[in-house]
Ligand binder design. Structure first.
Ligand SMILES: Nc1nc2c(c(=O)[nH]1)N[C@H]1C(S)=C(S)[C@@H](COP(=O)(O)OP(=O)(O)OC[C@H]3O[C@@H](n4cnc5c(=O)[nH]c(N)nc54)[C@H](O)[C@@H]3O)O[C@H]1N2
Ligand SMILES: Nc1nc2c(c(=O)[nH]1)N[C@H]1C(S)=C(S)[C@@H](COP(=O)(O)OP(=O)(O)OC[C@H]3O[C@@H](n4cnc5c(=O)[nH]c(N)nc54)[C@H](O)[C@@H]3O)O[C@H]1N2
Ligand SMILES: [Mo]
Length: 767
C-alpha cells in the first residue's frame, strides 16, 4: 500500500516536547488542511467559553497561559476538524468487504461521517437512511427482544455528561443495566478497587497539589504521549527540586528529559528539564513487589526507632495496618528483587524519597490497572500512601490519570453496569419508574453474551468497541452474530465494518462544533480526571447539516423505543439546562446548584470525600487491604514465556491511528514492531530486526497468533516485550482479566516468540 514506507528505527536522543512537538503540531494541521480553522479552534480549546480538548482527561491549568493545549490535543482536534469527508458517494464506491481490507489508519484518514447510513446486505454497501427511519429500526429491534437484557449499550468516554446521563436513564427505563464501557478496559480497577480502600473510585489529587508535593511517583503511565499537559506540572515540580520517580519497563523519553513547549526561554535556548530523578526499570507486573519492598523499608525504619509512620492518622482513620505490616516484613529481599527486577538499593532509595517527603503524590496509568490483579494492585498504592497520612493534605494523594476526556464523568452520571442502590432509588424518585436492580454486563461479559447468542443488539455511543476489546478474532465473530449493531460516531472505524445482520452508522456533532437546538445554542459538560466539571462549547460549524448532537440521538432513540415513557425527552433534546437540573436532582450530594456553579469560568470541583478525610466505606475508615504474595499475574511455568505489554504510540488515540511513527521511541513507518531486550533476542537465536510471530500461551484451546512483527533491540527488562494496541489485541484472551473489575490484563499477556526466518547461524557482533 502506498501509505507504507520501509520501517526505520532510530533511537530518539532529543528531549521530548520542545521543537519536535512544535513542528509536529504545525504538520498535523497542514496535513488535515485545517490550518486556519484549526488555529481558530485552538484559541478556544480549554479556555473559558470554549470547548474541552477531545483528547485526554487531564485537567486544565489556571488559564493564565494563553494557550492550553499540547501536541496530541492538536492532533485530536485536527483529525476531528479535518476537511476530509465520508459521504454517501464514498459508501457507494466501496463495499463493506472492500473497506475491511483497509488499515485502521486508512479508515481514520477518510474523514468525518456526514449523514446516517444503513447497511444493505443485498449489495454489501452502506446506503443513506434518514434519521426517523434509523430510530424506527432501532426501536423495532429493541422492542421485539424477548428480554431487555438481550441488548448491550456501550459507551466510550468522549460522550459528555448530559448525553451519558440520559442514555443511562433511557436504557434503565428500557429495562437493563447492560452498560459495557471503555472504562471496563481502562481505569475500572480504580473505580472498583479504591472504594473499599478510600470510599470513592476516583483520585484525591487536584492540580494545586502538584505545587505542594515533596515527591511525585509516576507509575505505569506514558505521560509525554498520553497526558502531555501533565508534563508542565512535572517540569514545574522538577524546577522546584522535587524528586520524581518514574516506574516503567520502557524508559519513556518524556519521563527522562523534556522541553516545555510553552516555555519560551527553554524553547529558544534548546534547554530541557531532566524529569525523573529516579527511573525504576521495573519488570512487567513487578510493581507489587516494588511497593511491598518500599513498605518493608518503612516498617523496618519504624521498628528501628525512627518516627516514619503517621501514627495519628493511622490510629484515627485506618483499619487493617497490622496485617499489611506483617506481610511486608515477611517478604524476602531476594524474591522482591527477582519479581520487581529492581535492585534492593534502588528500592531503598525510592523508600527514602517517600519517607523524606512530607507530602507524596502517586500517579498511575494502564501499567498498573491492566493486570490480572489490577484492582488489588491499586489498593496497594493506597496502602503505601496511608502509612504517612498522604490523604487529606495539600500536595498528597492518589492520582489515577484517566484516559478519555469524559470517562470519569460518564461513570459519575450513571454509566455503570453495577449501579448502587442509592442511585437507583434516586432514579425512581426523580423519574418515576422502577429501574432494574440486577447487575448488567461489563465489556467482557457483553462479548460472552454475543458469543453464546443471548445478546442480539449492540449500540455503541462512541468508541470502536470491536477493535478495543480483547481476542479480536473471536470478538469479530461474536459481533457478526448480532441482529443489529449501531455505531454512533464521528469517524468511520472498524466497528462499523464488523457488524450485525442489520447495521446503522449514526454521525454526531463533535466536541469542537456548535450545538444549536430549538432552544438556542447549547453547551455540554465534562468531568476531568481530577473531578473538575467544566462547560464545553464548540466553536466550529458542524461538519454537515445532517449530523446530530449525542443528546438528541439519545432522546430520539428513547422516544422511538419507549412511546409510553413519561420522561420529557423532547424538552431535554432542546434544553440541556433541564438535563443538568435532573443530574442535580439525582446526585444532590455532589451536583446541587449545577446550573449556577457551571457558570464559573473554571467550572467547579465535585466533592471527593477522602480529601476531607471522610471515608465513605462500610466501616467509615480508610482500609488497608492486603494482597498476598508478590505477583499480580498468574505465574506460568513455560520457560519460553515472555510478558507482552500492549501500549500506545505517540501518534494514535486508542484505535484511531494518526501515523505509523512513534517519535519518542524512535520508530518510523511501522507499527508491527516488538520492543525486546537484546539478551532475550539473542537467547532465542534471533537476528537483529528479525521477523517473528507471537503466540499466546494459554490452555483454553484457542490458537492466538500475530505474524509479521519486526524485533527491535530496545531497553526492555529481561522477560518483557512491548508492542502496539490494537494490532496485538488478537493475542489477548477474552477471559484473561481482573476478576474484580473485569479489566483485561493487556499489559501482561503471556506469549512466546516464534522465528519466521531461520535463526541466524553466525555469532553476531555486539550492538
Ligand atoms: N495521545 C494519546 N493520548 C491518550 C490516549 C491515546 O491513545 N493517545 N489514550 C487515552 C486513554 S483512553 C488512556 S487510558 C490513557 C492511557 O495512558 P497510559 O496509561 O500512559 O497508557 P499506555 O500507553 O497503555 O501505557 C502505559 C505505560 O505503562 C507501561 N507499563 C507496561 N507494563 C507495565 C507494568 O507492569 N508496570 C509499570 N509500572 N508500567 C508498565 C508502559 O511501558 C507504558 O509506558 O491515555 C489517554 N490519552
Ligand atoms: N490491548 C489493549 N487493548 C486496549 C487498551 C490497551 O492498552 N491495550 N486500552 C483500553 C482502553 S484504556 C480504552 S479507553 C479502550 C478504548 O476504547 P474506545 O473508547 O471504544 O475506542 P476509541 O478508539 O477511543 O474510539 C474511537 C472512535 O470514537 C468515535 N468518536 C470520537 N469522538 C467522538 C465523539 O465525540 N462522540 C462520539 N459519539 N464518538 C466519537 C470515533 O468514531 C472513533 O473512531 O481500549 C482498550 N483496549
Ligand atoms: Mo482508557
Amino acid at each position: 500500500m502506498s501509505e507504507k514506507k520501509p520501517p526505520r528505527y532510530k533511537p530518539y536522543d532529543q528531549p521530548a516536547g520542545g521543537w519536535g512537538a512544535a513542528a509536529a503540531t504545525a504538520k498535523v494541521l497542514l496535513e488535515q488542511s485545517v490550518v486556519a480553522k484549526g488555529s481558530r479552534a485552538l484559541l478556544a480549546m480549554n479556555q473559558p467559553g470554549g470547548f474541552k480538548c477531545p483528547s485526554c482527561a487531564f485537567p486544565d491549568a489556571d488559564h493564565t497561559r494563553k494557550l492550553e493545549f499540547c501536541e496530541n490535543g492538536v492532533k485530536a482536534l485536527a483529525f476531528e476538524a479535518t476537511q476530509a469527508r465520508v459521504t454517501r458517494e464514498f459508501f457507494a464506491r466501496h463495499t463493506v468487504s472492500e473497506l475491511m481490507e483497509q488499515s485502521d489508519y486508512w479508515l481514520e484518514m477518510q474523514g468525518r461521517l456526514t449523514e446516517p447510513m444503513r447497511y444493505d446486505a443485498a449489495t454489501d454497501h452502506y446506503v443513506p437512511c434518514d434519521w426517523d427511519s434509523a430510530f424506527a429500526l432501532i426501536a423495532r429491534h429493541l422492542r421485539s427482544l424477548e428480554s431487555p437484557h438481550q441488548a448491550e449499550f456501550y459507551t466510550s468516554g468522549r460522550t459528555p455528561n448530559e448525553a451519558a446521563f440520559l442514555y443511562a436513564i433511557f436504557v434503565r427505563q428500557f429495562g437493563t443495566n447492560n452498560f459495557p464501557d471503555c472504562s471496563n478496559m481502562c481505569h475500572e480497577p480504580t473505580s472498583r478497587g479504591l472504594p473499599p480502600a478510600i470510599g470513592v473510585g476516583k483520585g484525591t489529587v487536584v492540580l494545586d497539589d502538584f505545587e505542594h508535593a515533596d515527591a511525585i511517583f509516576v507509575m505505569g503511565q506514558n505521560t509525554g504521549t498520553n497526558s502531555p499537559r501533565m508534563m508542565t506540572h512535572l517540569v514545574e515540580a522538577r524546577k522546584r527540586g522535587i524528586p520524581i520517580v518514574a516506574v516503567n519497563p520502557m524508559p519513556e523519553r518524556a519521563l527522562i528529559r523534556f522541553t516545555e513547549p510553552q516555555d519560551v526561554v527553554q524553547m529558544a535556548t534548546f534547554g530541557s528539564t531532566e524529569i525523573a530523578s529516579e527511573f525504576v526499570h521495573i519488570r512487567i507486573g513487578g510493581d507489587l513487589a516494588l511497593l511491598k519492598g518500599m513498605m518493608k523499608v518503612v516498617f523496618e525504619r519504624e521498628a528501628a526507632g525512627e518516627a516514619v509512620l503517621d501514627h495519628a492518622f493511622l490510629r484515627e482513620h485506618t483499619e487493617g495496618l497490622e496485617a499489611v505490616r506483617a506481610d511486608a516484613l515477611a517478604q524476602d529481599w531476594g524474591e522482591i528483587v527477582r519479581v520487581s527486577g529492581v535492585s534492593e538499593a534502588q528500592i531503598r532509595r525510592c523508600a527514602e524519597i517517600y519517607i523524606r517527603a512530607k507530602a507524596t503524590i502517586i500517579c498511575y496509568g494502564m501499567g498498573l490497572t491492566q493486570h490480572q490483579q489490577g484492582s488489588r494492585l491499586v489498593q496497594q498504592v493506597a496502602n503505601l500512601l496511608f502509612l504517612r497520612g498522604n490523604f487529606g493534605r495539600p500536595g498528597a494523594g492518589i492520582s489515577p490519570i484517566r484516559g478519555h476526556s469524559n470517562v470519569q464523568g460518564d461513570r459519575t452520571v450513571g454509566i455503570d453496569e453495577k449501579p448502587s442502590p442509592a442511585y437507583l432509588d434516586k432514579v425512581r424518585e426523580v423519574f418515576g419508574f422502577e429501574p432494574p436492580r440486577e447487575h448488567g454486563h461489563h465489556t467482557v461479559e457483553s462479548i460472552e453474551a454475543m458469543m453464546d447468542g443471548s445478546a442480539k443488539v449492540f449500540i455503541g455511543l462512541g468508541g470502536n468497541f470491536v477493535r478495543a476489546v480483547p481476542d479480536t478474532d473471536r470478538a469479530y465473530a461474536a459481533m457478526r452474530k448480532l441482529d443489529l449493531t449501531v455505531g454512533i460516531a464521528t469517524k468511520l472505524n472498524r466497528g462499523h465494518l464488523v457488524h450485525g445482520r442489520n447495521a446503522l452508522i449514526l454521525p454526531v456533532v463533535a466536541r469542537s462544533e456548535r450545538i444549536v437546538t430549538a432552544a438556542g445554542e447549547q453547551f455540554v459538560t465534562i468531568e476531568d480526571s481530577m473531578s473538575n466539571v467544566t462547560a464545553s462549547r464548540g466553536v466550529l460549524e458542524p461538519v454537515s447539516g445532517d449530523v446530530l448532537p449525542e443528546v438528541e440521538i439519545v432522546c430520539r432513540m428513547a422516544r422511538a423505543t419507549l412511546p409510553d415513557s413519561r420522561i420529557p425527552w423532547e424538552d431535554y433534546r432542546a434544553d440541556y439546562g433541564l438535563v443538568r437540573d435532573r443530574i442535580a436532582a439525582v446526585y444532590p450530594a455532589i451536583y446541587t446548584g449545577f446550573a449556577d456553579r457551571i457558570r464559573e469560568p473554571k467550572g467547579f470541583h465535585l466533592d471527593v470525600a477522602p480529601r476531607r478525610r471522610i471515608w465513605l466505606t462500610p466501616n467509615g475508615k480508610a482500609n488497608f487491604l492486603l494482597l498476598e504474595g508478590l505477583e499480580v499475574n498468574d505465574p506460568i511455568a513455560d520457560p519460553s514465556m515472555l510478558r507482552l505489554a500492549t501500549v500506545r504510540s505517540h501518534d494514535q488515540f486508542n484505535t484511531s491511528i494518526y501515523s505509523y511513527n512513534d517519535r519518542y521511541r524512535g520508530v518510523y513507518n511501522d507499527r508491527m514492531v516488538l520492543f525486546m531486550n537484546l539478551e532475550d533476542r539473542r537467547a532465542r537465536g534471533l537476528a537483529k530486526e528479525a521477523r517473528v510471530a507471537l503466540e499466546t500461551i494459554s490452555n483454553d484451546g484457542h490458537l492466538r497468533r500475530v505474524e509479521g512483527l519486526t524485533v527491535l533491540d530496545y531497553p526492555m527488562p529481561r522477560g518483557a516485550l512491548a508492542g502496539y494496541y490494537p494490532e496485538l489485541n488478537p493475542l489477548l484472551p477474552l477471559d484473561y482479566y481482573d476478576r474484580i473489575s473485569g479489566t483485561p490484563a493487556a499489559k501482561s499477556i503471556p506469549v512466546r516468540v516464534i522465528a519466521m526466518e531461520a535463526p541466524e547461524a553466525s555469532t553476531e557482533a555486539g550492538p
